[in-house]
Structure formats: structure tokens, C-alpha cells
Design a protein around this ligand. Structure first.
Ligand SMILES: [Zn+2]
Ligand SMILES: [Zn+2]
Length: 305
């Protein structure tokens, strides 16, 4: 089965997957588990929380009246994947976890007339359902000159803002280290974004930032670097489980993850090119960017292999 599977690919037994405390997954027989109420509508394969109708992921969703929209399905898949990865990384989230208690996801649709500015505010992540449409998403990506734009990428980036609030802003010593690496986030955010959108991309950001947008403000720089940590971790872990690379012996060794990600991502990109597709991992991390991703690695707690 795969992470999103609703049934066994061989015997068609209906399945659910549940997260366990050490960051692992267990597979349940859906006939005996209490499945999430959104199984049919959103293809959710997680079990309902004890005594409740929804799973730990769906309970965090404010669907904005779009519960029946097909565009919810890819977004919910991406949300479950990102939340499971946070558990693997030892980052608390969800209604049972202290500082992450405010986390929720508001799904809006510009084409349906909603205000749908993608972003984060105090634990609330707003996403634009219209970007579930590949044509719409590609149009925005090409217009902004971005190399990568996906629902999963949006969620990982916005989770970066939540992680910053929960884990960096609350620790004075860490906040000082953050400022030394990323700059001073007390710089006026609105004015910084206005300046960013008035600028042309002259590629000078590459030595210190993972993307043009990351150079707008230290908060965006951190969110982009955090998203990169999640990309690197998932690409290496997935590559390791398929024998492309070996996972780092010491999971706290950020440099080893970053080095492994080069081989894993070259393999992934070559596989994509073998099928005439765009690169799966269209990033090249400069030394300056690696320093920032390494800072993000200080916030995660991966179990030893
Ligand atoms: Zn669910
Ligand atoms: Zn952001």
C-alpha cells in the first residue's frame, strides 16, 4: 500500500493508516477501525480520533463551505503528508499538542469569490483551492518565475511560519541565533513585501536564499528554508526506502541529509527527464542556503536509526 491508499493494492481490503507516537505508521483494517468521516469525500485514510467523527488532520480544516469541492482531495492528501512528516520530525502539532494547538487550515477559493490570500497568521494557514487545478497553478508559477509550486510546497512553507512562532520566537537564545543567520525579523514586514514585489529578479539572492521570495523578509526566508528541510528529509527518506541512497547514520547530522539529498534529487530529476517531465527537485542549494537549512535542523528531533 501507499501513504494515501484506501485499500490494499493486491487484495482490495479497505485500509486505514494511523500515526504512532514514535513517528511511525500502522496499517489498520478499515472494517474494524473507526474511519474518518471524510474518507469518502476527501479520500482520507486516517482513523477518526477516539469518540469523534474526524481524524487528527481533517479536524484542523475550516473548509469555508467547499467541503464537497473535488479540489479538496489533493490538498487534504498534501496536508496529511505534511502533518505526518512533522510527527516524524518530532515537531508537535494538532489539538493535543500544547503550543501547536492553534494550528488550522482555512481553505478558500478565489474563483468562488472568497478572499484567498495564501498565508499564515497566528497558527491559521490559508490556502487557495484554485491551485489544485494544475493549469491555474502553472500559470501562476510561470508568471512569478518560480521553479516549484505545489499544494504540498505551499503547506510546508506555511508550516514554517507556524514552526517559527512555536519553536523559535519562544526561545530567546534561539531567536538571537536566528537573527544572526536570517536577519532581523522586526524589519517592517508589509514594507518589505511591497519592496519585494516592486523588484526584478536579478538572481543575486542565490548565494544566501533558496528562492527569490525568500529574500523578501527574514520570516519568508525561514519559511522557505523550513520547506526545504521538509523537501530534503522526504526526498532522502523516500530515496533510502527505495535503495537510491542510504539514510544518514546520525539523523541529527544536517550536513549528511543535505549531501544525501544531492544524489537522491539527481536520481529523481533524471527519472523525471526520462519521462519528459520537469525536474522533481528543481533546487541547487548554495553554501549560504545550506547554513539556513542546517539552522532549521536544530528544531527537529529525529529518532536514531
Ligand atoms: Zn480525515
Ligand atoms: Zn510565507
Amino acid at each position: 500500500m501507499f501513504f494515501d491508499s484506501l485499500e490494499c493494492v493486491r487484495c482490495q481490503t479497505a485500509l486505514a493508516v494511523d500515526l504512532v507516537d514514535d513517528g511511525g505508521l500502522v496499517v489498520l483494517d478499515a472494517a474494524t477501525a473507526t474511519t474518518c468521516e471524510r474518507r469518502r469525500t476527501w479520500g482520507c485514510n486516517w482513523p477518526a480520533r477516539p469518540g469523534e467523527a474526524l481524524c487528527a488532520s481533517c479536524v484542523l480544516v475550516d473548509d469555508g463551505g467547499h467541503a464537497a469541492a473535488p479540489s479538496m482531495i489533493p490538498y487534504q492528501s498534501a496536508q496529511r503528508r505534511a502533518l505526518y512528516q512533522l510527527s516524524e520530525l518530532g515537531v508537535a502539532w494538532g489539538t493535543d499538542h500544547g503550543p501547536g494547538s492553534a494550528l488550522h487550515f482555512a481553505y478558500r477559493s478565489k474563483s468562488a469569490g472568497d478572499q484567498a490570500i495564501i498565508g499564515h497568521r497566528g497558527g491559521e494557514i490559508t490556502l487557495d483551492l484554485d491551485e489544485a487545478d494544475p493549469a491555474r497553478r502553472e500559470e501562476i508559477r510561470a508568471t512569478l518565475g518560480e521553479h516549484y509550486r505545489t499544494p504540498l510546497g505551499h503547506i510546508r512553507h506555511e508550516l514554517g511560519h507556524v514552526v517559527w512562532l512555536d519553536l523559535v520566537a519562544t526561545e530567546p537564545a534561539l531567536l538571537e541565533d536566528f537573527r544572526a543567520v536570517f536577519g532581523d525579523e522586526r524589519d517592517d514586514y508589509g514594507a518589505a513585501l511591497d519592496r519585494h514585489y516592486a523588484r526584478l529578479d536579478d538572481a543575486t539572492w542565490r548565494t544566501a536564499h533558496v528562492s527569490f521570495y525568500a529574500s523578501a523578509h527574514p520570516w519568508e526566508d525561514f519559511a522557505e528554508s523550513w520547506a526545504q528541510l521538509m523537501h530534503v528529509h522526504d526526498v532522502v527518506e523516500t530515496g533510502a526506502s527505495w535503495g537510491v541512497v542510504e539514510a544518514p547514520v546520525d539523523p541529527t547530522d544536517a550536513k549528511a541529509w543535505l549531501t544525501d539529498s544531492i544524489l537522491a534529487s539527481v536520481a529523481a530529476n533524471e527519472l523525471a527527464r526520462a519521462m519528459g517531465m520537469r525536474d522533481l527537485y528543481p533546487f541547487a542549494l548554495s553554501a549560504g542556503v545550506r547554513t539556513k537549512v542546517e539552522f532549521c535542523w536544530r528544531l527537529v528531533h529525529l529518532p536514531a536509526n
